[in-house]
Design a protein around this ligand. Sequence first.
Ligand code: CP
Length: 303
Amino acid sequence: QKNIISISDFSKDDIEYILRLSDKMEPIARSRKTSNVLSGKLLGMLFYEPSTRTRLSFEASMKRLGGSTIGFAEANVSSATKGENLTDTVKIVGEYSDAIVIRHNMEGAARFASGIVDVPVINAGDGAGQHPTQTILDLYTMKKIFGKIDDLHVALIGDLKYGRTVHSLAYALAMFDVKMSFVSPPELKMPEGIVHDLNKAGVSVQQTDDVHSVLEDSDIFYVTRIQKERFPDPEEFSRIKGAYMIDKKLVEDTDLIVMHPLPRIDEISYDLDDTKHAKYFEQAFYGVPVRMALLKSIIESYE
Ligand code: CP
């Protein structure tokens, strides 16, 4: 497809193609070499919300492929501070670039941008909506570690209401033969609409607020940060924060792995970092080969 807005823009075959292409990109990323696949191409990066991994791995990916990037890392250094609207900014940068990556606090912003410009648009996170490129790298991580995605039991834990990474991941996992459990405080359950879509696709999901109930049976704990910035009521955040802490003691008698899109605040203890369970740093690295594969595929097919 031309754009990457929602994970549902991909079929299972599309995802498997990108995972295979990511495998080919990984040696370039690991050896810190550069190819000339996208030589002369320019990626426009519009980050209206903070980012470390997504922004820098897109930038690294574009440069590893021989291309370059332009853009801003915070809305307050763009003309948005002078009152310029999203439409005008996207239109201008679309003229400067061969593709646009956008992160915005408004759900639907990337879809909106894709209606304004001719060049491909990639959603790097739209409010509490989706984060589809994170999802592909999450699937790649699972495939690298387990050699498969089918037959895994994945527990999504934490802020399932506002966490965009778990929204797109739930839809993606539903394309595979996996078991999913949703673990969250009652106030932060997965949105009804997503649960409804999954049920309609024939996927039944266990929902609980008790992380111990999925401890024995899970292959993966996919933990998310409680998304402070999305709470309309700061007092509600204060009440819920710290709801879960995954630490070494909790998982040491299991073989499960712990993934997290990062950043973490207090939901994964630092004592887990040096254990066999911790896979979140490896996961963050895979952002480069996976985004290389996505950029190559999207930009080349647009030419
Ligand atoms: N995983 C992720 O989206 O991280 P950043 O917010 O640092 O980009």
